[in-house]
Write a protein that binds this ligand. Sequence first.
Ligand code: ASP
Ligand code: MG
Length: 406
Amino acid sequence: MALVVQKYGGTSVADAERVRSVARRIAERVEAGDRVVAAVSAMGSSTNELIALAREVSGNPHPREMDVLLSTGETRSSALLSMALDDLGHPAVSLSGVQAGIRTDTVYGSARISGIDTARIVRELDAGRVVIVAGFQGVSEDFDITTLGRGASDLTAISLAAGLKADACEIYTDVAGIYSADPRICPSARPLADIGYDEMLELATTGARVMHARAVEVAALNDVDVLVTSSFEDAPGTLIHAEAIMEQAEKVRGIAHQAHVAKVTVRGVPDRPGIAADLFEPLATAGVSVDTIVQNASVEDLTDLTFTVEREEVGRAVGVVEGILSEIGASEVVSDPDLGSVSIVGTGMATTPGFAARMFRALFDHDINIELISTSEIRITCIVRADQVAEAVTALHDAFQLDRED
Ligand code: ASP
Ligand code: MG
């Protein structure tokens, strides 16, 4: 009897009919002899609706109350799914984050899981029930409700799979798996049979939205194999696991993109030790999350420092920099909000030269200007104009022949 942890995303439980259809999917597994723990997301876009509602009520909603509010989305879908299973003749129980023993720190809105006490879940399973856990939420040491960050029901599921030492972890979503690129902008994109943790993590942090980045990290740390597949069709899906097949090592595995990137440039920055700290400390304190950072070689002891942020953070970032401009002796700050990024990812890059050259050539062939470049061992990211992101993705997908079978 295998223990399976599943996760159903928001679109998979978007309305009553879909909740019943997920219940049927779970029922089949139970009838086949498996024990099932399922983590669920909030229905459809209800988390966004709750956020909008909070903003209507308050100009500055308190983070603690925000988490109390947002957690209700998942609580609701867990109760509904449990009812639907009962109706199919399979006893089920919904558990909130607190009841499921998911303990976190107190960073409201992006709490980190510190441990899972699985006793209650195990007891319910032993009593023959299907356990439905409200995703995305936990409880702090003070018994306050916390949420784990947008998209973090994946994290709930993978942490549960690790904590329960489950035999399988399956993430059900609205697409057929992890694609070589976003199929909405790249028609020749195809689902991958498998991908390594490192590659998946790079894709998730540079824009692939199917999987939550920290969830991938937890899977890697605990060596949990994760199958990402569709709840709407019977697709083979993509297995995220310790290592991808050897012959693929030479290839780009996937392309990720971000459509809303802004860059901030600080001009005339004195080139002396401590300046970067002086600049980035206040940004960190203000909670601005900085992505790519580029510092130019200095001319006559003055340099330019450029960094990127998410587009909606650019106003705050510029405000913070303006406040310290004279203090650090820089001349001005300028910003450009209309950028995006495109990244190629593949473990082969660490050992095989030529990926960067091919990427830059392909972008040039499409008249796409590169504004900034950043790299890791297994990733190259180019910042380009926002309106050229889609073309950049398809151009690179063609250039690296990602439409071909593995
Ligand atoms: N409902 C949460 C969100 O929309 C968590 C999730 O769906 O994974 O971000
Ligand atoms: Mg998601």
